[in-house]
Design a protein. Structure first.
Length: 306
């Protein structure tokens, strides 16, 4: 089976690509980044698909960053991600692709919901802190439904929790809280700093998904029946930012204290994902617990930044 991974050079895409390449049943094609094929340009994307004819497209490309990144680039956040969504669905349909698979950030859910269930997806706006990115991800879901109904294009839109793990962004502007905290605590230990500043109150609760589990969820979606599939992958269990920081502190062996910068925004106060439907569809659920995943991520970070 010929499978194209779009965004194969990115965080999630690199893990998806590695797993696929380790399976002899798959012939893996890669669009590493914009320098190879600009998927915001329909003609470029269409030409690539015409030339390579993949059966399955797994899209891991996105213009994305942390909360501060969204506030800094609101128009680009919406424009680039919406362009990718429209072009991918249109080009996949015109080229006869059998299935398009997309990861969907859980921030696309309404901002006033604490536990995410599929039936609530369109019941309110995304939180202001992630509004434009969230709206662009909702577009993938509605395009999946409409292209299935009108053109019989099959797709799977898989809602994932905040992902973390090896190859993630670890700078404060582009990373989620987990990656940024690992970098801060590592630097504090390295430089004998007594304090590390955390953004916000430390109270927001988030669910985290180890990137290997996220990659498995997308790959397992290849086997789904034709039609449009929209479901969550998660375990409905969250942890506060401050509790998360304490786990990272322990793994890195740092003995300092955390200082909360309450002038910075918290974003949504609680986000957990009900993965019941996803588990049923895939006959699978995430396998890596948070402490194990953080240990693996910290070890990778030390080995690549020591």
């Amino acid at each position: 089976m010929k499978i194209l991974v779009v965004g194969s050079g990115g965080f999630l895409g690199s893990h998806v690509t590695e797993k696929l390449q380790n399976n002899e049943n798959y012939d893996v094609l890669k669009i590493v980044g914009k320098g190879q094929v600009d998927i915001t340009n329909f003609d470029d994307l269409k030409l690539y698909l015409d030339s390579n004819n993949p059966e399955i497209v797994i899209n891991c490309a996105a213009f994305v960053g942390g909360i501060s990144y969204g506030f800094k680039y609101p128009a680009q956040m919406l424009l680039q991600n919406a362009s990718m969504a429209i072009n991918l669905y249109k080009a996949c349909y015109e080229n006869g692709v059998k299935k398009l698979i997309n990861p969907i950030s859980n921030c696309a859910y309404p901002g006033d919901i604490a536990t995410y269930k599929e039936e609530d997806f369109f019941t309110g706006p995304p939180d202001e802190s992630v509004y434009n990115y969230g709206i662009s991800k909702r577009l993938y879901v509605q395009l999946g439904k409409s292209f299935s109904e009108e053109y019989n294009l099959s797709s799977a839109n898989v809602v994932v929790s905040n992902m973390y793990g090896p190859n993630d962004h670890f700078d404060e502007e582009r990373s989620h809280a987990l990656g940024a905290i690992i970098k801060k605590v590592y630097e504090a230990k390295k430089n004998n700093f007594d304090e590390v500043v955390l953004w916000g109150t430390g109270r927001p609760i988030r669910e985290w998904l180890y990137v290997e589990d996220g990659a498995d969820a997308l790959i397992n979606s290849i086997q789904l029946n034709s039609g449009h599939h929209f479901f969550n992958v998660g375990v409905k269990k969250g942890i506060s930012v401050l509790e998360l920081a304490e786990i990272i502190k322990e793994e890195l062996g740092w003995t300092g204290k955390f200082v909360l910068d309450t002038s910075m925004p918290d974003g949504v106060l609680e986000k957990k994902v009900d993965g019941t439907l996803g588990q049923k569809k895939l006959n699978w659920k995430p396998e890596v617990d948070l402490t194990t995943g953080i240990r693996k991520t910290v070890d990778w970070y030390i080995n690549n930044n020591g």
